[in-house]
Design a protein around this ligand. Structure first.
Ligand SMILES: NC(=O)c1ccc[n+]([C@@H]2O[C@H](COP(=O)([O-])OP(=O)(O)OC[C@H]3O[C@@H](n4cnc5c(N)ncnc54)[C@H](O)[C@@H]3O)[C@@H](O)[C@H]2O)c1
Length: 433
């Protein structure tokens, strides 16, 4: 975790926001919007990370929930905040109440949002490397949280998430994560079928997260190392975790859910052929996971332009096979003779909204959902697989969760600062730490 942060632009906190903070520090004033929120029972939302998913997540929440209002936003760059707010104002004019001074920019902008007592719920949608520290800070500030996946990219972040999960349970604040398949009807129903014995005992799961290329944001003239890495975050492991953690965690979360427990160990392989020279990412990773009772998962992920996409989960049982297809592909069960005995459709767009409804409903009911540990475990299963492949070693769950010192976050982070890339992993040379 960093010892210092310095931010790119002067913070544009207005007179109003600065006045509120000062009064609050002196303990003299309750922010007027808290009283307003209490009267109207509006839940006041803020987005931290106003890119593609930040915009998508707030759209999902405003579209499915009544009595919610977007009141603040933070991003590294002010224009990302203003763009997102303008788009939401156009789509949901009655659900956007962002006062002047409630948009913040810079590396420490999230702290300004968390210090705003009128914010009830924060949506954490930055690049993943920041998630553990922002989750911890949000829960310590007493906010309810929606946190995108993955929730950590290394062992240090995993431990922060476990402690934060416990704190949220103690404090009564909600944490729902962006693992939308947990709320997709054909996933839930298929896993219920498996639990009821529809395919007998689980023997193996085969899971894939294979797709084409991914964006690359080339370095612009005048960018410092830090600005470049933060902008082109997918390609730096401390920020993204690599494809297996950043994206494939969706399927990894699914097979961990089916198994109902965490793996014992992982053995993997992979490499890179097509990534830009300065990318730290691999192109593909294959991992065999061992689970308790002799059950196994055969997993692969790939991200190479021009290759055939396949994002799928096949659960092999002693009496049948259950296919759980990602996105809108639906679920089906076949008996051992290949006859289809059950199927169900499901729409991912419904699942994206449902997670925000469940979150808000749980807060209103006074029974806040806290699902951080579940998603931290799935993120760690991905980290475990990546570590096995990067190092070329068999790696155990116990080692990664209890002994590993892997902490990828820079010790100092300055928008204008130098930041050396760790380069890409080479099995046999990359150390298991
Ligand atoms: N659940 C899903 O299906 C799904 C889909 C897409 C993305 N995601 C997740 O959402 C997250 C964001 O992805 P994206 O596609 O929106 O990326 P993006 O690059 O479009 O947006 C990220 C935004 O966060 C901002 N940011 C980064 N660090 C910040 C910091 N320290 N403080 C404030 N703002 C910061 C960036 O400036 C940027 O605007 C990732 O974790 C990704 O895995 C989830």
């Amino acid at each position: 975790m960093p010892t210092t942060f310095s931010h790119p632009e002067p913070n544009r906190r207005s007179f109003l926001a600065a006045g509120s903070a000062a009064s609050l520090a002196a303990g003299t004033m309750v922010h007027s919007s808290v009283a307003a929120a209490a009267e109207s029972h509006d839940l006041r939302l803020a987005v931290i990370g106003c890119g593609g998913r930040g915009s998508g997540a707030i759209n999902n929440s405003l579209s499915i929930n009544d009595g919610v209002k977007l009141v603040a936003a933070a991003d590294l760059k002010m224009d990302a905040c203003t763009r997102m707010v303008a788009a939401m104002k156009k789509a949901f004019p009655d659900k956007v109440a962002v006062e002047e001074g409630s948009l913040y920019s810079g590396l420490d902008a999230y702290e300004r949002v968390l210090a705003d007592p009128s914010v009830d719920l924060v949506l954490l949608t930055t690049s993943p490397g920041f998630r553990p520290l922002m989750l911890k800070a949000a829960v310590e500030a007493g906010k309810h949280v929606f946190a995108e996946k993955p929730v950590c990219v290394d062992a240090a972040g995993y431990r922060t998430c476990l402690a934060t999960d416990e704190l949220a349970r103690k404090n009564g604040t909600a944490i729902v994560t962006g693992t939308q398949y947990r709320r997709q009807v054909n996933y839930v129903a298929a896993i219920e079928q498996i639990r009821q014995g529809a395919i007998g005992d689980i023997v193996n799961i085969s899971a894939r997260y294979c797709g084409g290329g991914i964006w690359y944001r080339a370095r612009q003239a005048g960018m410092s190392d830090a600005e470049y890495q933060l902008t082109n975050w997918m390609h730096f492991i401390w920020l993204s975790g690599d494809q297996i953690v950043e994206q494939a965690v969706h399927n990894i979360d699914t097979f961990n859910w089916v198994m109902g427990t965490n793996p014992i160990s992982a053995y993997g392989s992979g490499g890179r052929f097509t990534r830009p020279d300065d990318s730290e990412m691999w192109d593909n990773v294959s991992v065999d996971y061992d689970y308790p009772d002799g059950r196994t998962v055969s997993f692969m992920c790939r991200q190479i332009p021009g290759t055939k996409a396949d994002v799928n989960n096949l659960v092999y049982g002693t009496e049948g096979i259950c296919q759980i297809g990602a996105s809108n592909a639906g679920s089906r069960i076949f008996d051992r003779k290949g006859k289809k005995v059950w199927e169900m459709e499901g729409k991912i767009s419904d699942a994206y909204r449902q997670e925000h409804k469940d979150l808000v409903d749980s807060i209103r009911a006074g029974k806040p959902i806290v699902e951080l540990k579940q998603t931290a475990d799935s993120s760690m299963v991905a980290i475990l697989g990546r570590t096995a492949a990067y190092t070329g070693q068999r790696v155990t769950w116990d080692f990664m969760t209890k002994e590993s010192q892997l902490d990828l976050f820079p010790k100092e982070l300055d928008w204008k600062g130098t930041l050396e890339s760790s380069g890409f992993a080479v099995p046999g040379r990359t150390k298991l730490i």
